[in-house]
Design a protein. Sequence first.
Length: 325
Amino acid sequence: MRRPKGIKTKKSVAKRFKITANGKVMPFTDSDSSLPSRWRPQLGDAVTSPTLLVPFRHSDRGWFDYNPMLASVPVALWHHGSDAADRRRLDELRQAAGYDWRTVRSFRSKEEAGHEEPWFTFLTGHNPDYPEKILAAAQAQVRHRLARMQAHRGIDVTEADIHLWQQCNPVVTEALVQLTWGGPQVIYNGGLQQARVRYYDADRRRPGLPDSVAALVSSIDPQATVVDLVNLDPGQDRTVIVQAGAFAEHTIEAVRYTACPDRSWLSRLYDYGHGEPAVTEYRADAGGPWLTVRLPASTRIRLTLELALRTRPPSYAAPFGSVRP
């Protein structure tokens, strides 16, 4: 299939895949969707705006069941290889959409996903408030599901309905996967987790961030994957091991990191004010899948990782050989 140059019209999107080639631009309210309850909360008031809809099913009578294009697959493809063509495809899908990709709504899909569009705009610098928005949406979903659990307490369910348990499940993961790991949610019905980074608590020798430590991935460019680590504890240092990839399949070739070289900003003992910390960026070679970062109390460190993607066999190997349960 020949690839057109540039982003010209909505028709350029349709030349990418068979499914988009059979897409139509129309309001969702005019479609024959079999899943209106799934898409209406996600689209909000944009259900009446003309947008690109693609068929989800095919029969002897042709393509039917038109719905918005699921962004999870093209986002996963772009994340996997950082190919310029995959990035252009996402730009074109955004252009063809009749709704604002930056909008974050609190909804629950059975894929535990659906916020790929606003996450993509965050990574491309067009949605700087996305972390706050998606965390608020996730917290709202937790409260909603806990309320549903309470509402069904003591009520006999006459038929085993998986949708009841799906709707009451208070575990939400999409926001944390995107923000802390720099990866898209797992593809529904199978697929391994993709991530630019994940973490280990070096002191407790177990997976995950240490207590009082927060992380944010704001760029997933392999040559400049940006991770901010913050130690919120005012009195205790923390040590984080940063792993490249969900399965240590990437290599950290080098890292640029911020640090305060001295304490001159504290000023003298009897000074009422203080200066600003003199933050300096350093660079170090790594050459492996793991990077140990010491976080002094009340410290924020920014890491800019130069990654070589999929240079190592993926595994569950830990940086210290074994992990505690």
